[in-house]
Write a protein that binds this ligand. Sequence first.
Ligand SMILES: [Zn+2]
Ligand SMILES: [Zn+2]
Ligand SMILES: [Zn+2]
Length: 318
Amino acid sequence: MLLSAFLTGKLNEIKPFIDSGGIQRFPIIENLLGASPADIKPLINRLTTERVLLKKPYQRVMCCPHCEDSSNVFVRHLCPICRSNDLTVEKTIRHLACGNEVRINASTSVEKALCEKCLTPIVSDGDYTFLGTTLFCNDCGAVNVEIIQTYFCSVCDSEFSLSNATYLDMYSYKLNKRLIPEIQQHIILPLLMKVLSDTGFMVQTPGYFIGASGSTYNFSLIASRGETMVAFDIVQSDRKIGVQSILPTIFKLAEQRSIQAFLIAIPELDTEAKESAEAGGIICVEGTVSDILANGAKKICSYMTKLKHLNGRIRVRR
Ligand SMILES: [Zn+2]
Ligand SMILES: [Zn+2]
Ligand SMILES: [Zn+2]
């Protein structure tokens, strides 16, 4: 399901997310598979080890070195003299009308200040010039101090500095594009197997038969129901498929006339290949992977109900 979501374009990248409990999760996959976070982690690890998914650094999250939680880490500013965090940041402005320097709390808007010398409200940008910011420690009275930045974890109530913080490296995951043809086969074959066994066929994958010459041939899948035998090959390319790619299928059929062959062609055959396949009695099902995943089963089912024997060879009733 995960891989077909990638192949059909429903999913492009798996991005991590840290939930309120500090757990790394992948909500896209949880929704797609209806799986729990505990099941998803090993799945992603395994697909990454097998290089089906490729990982890329996504984000580095600071964690508390004591409890390793990242969900409640806050920045703390401290006075370098008494280490109090009761600090007031003040802005200093000059009131242009009287030249007075006015200090206001950083959290108050300048436009709400009053000049204490001339008792005029400062209402607009044009009334003052900005001189600077000052820091004031409300505990020891230190002014204009260089603050110390530390971090505080409210999960375990501990303080730590940048130098002893630990980090959680988070990754995002994408499908390894080189494996697309292989993955397509692995997704389309199970779909075929299901359609065929639902319609009463015994399925073998890959399927083998011994030809008239005594040589063994194989198809991606062979299925039989009573006297009816069907075989499937899958061919794929990034452009139209030429006749060269379907010759092996045509050749195998020359050795076994009573088998009905299907060719799943992704994305499509060129005219010559299509004509050759049809002349060889092969039924072609063309389409992109998403077409085949979406409509292929229905198409193949409808062929299965129309199959009948004709002179030792199966024919689809038109
Ligand atoms: Zn902690
Ligand atoms: Zn004034
Ligand atoms: Zn202080």
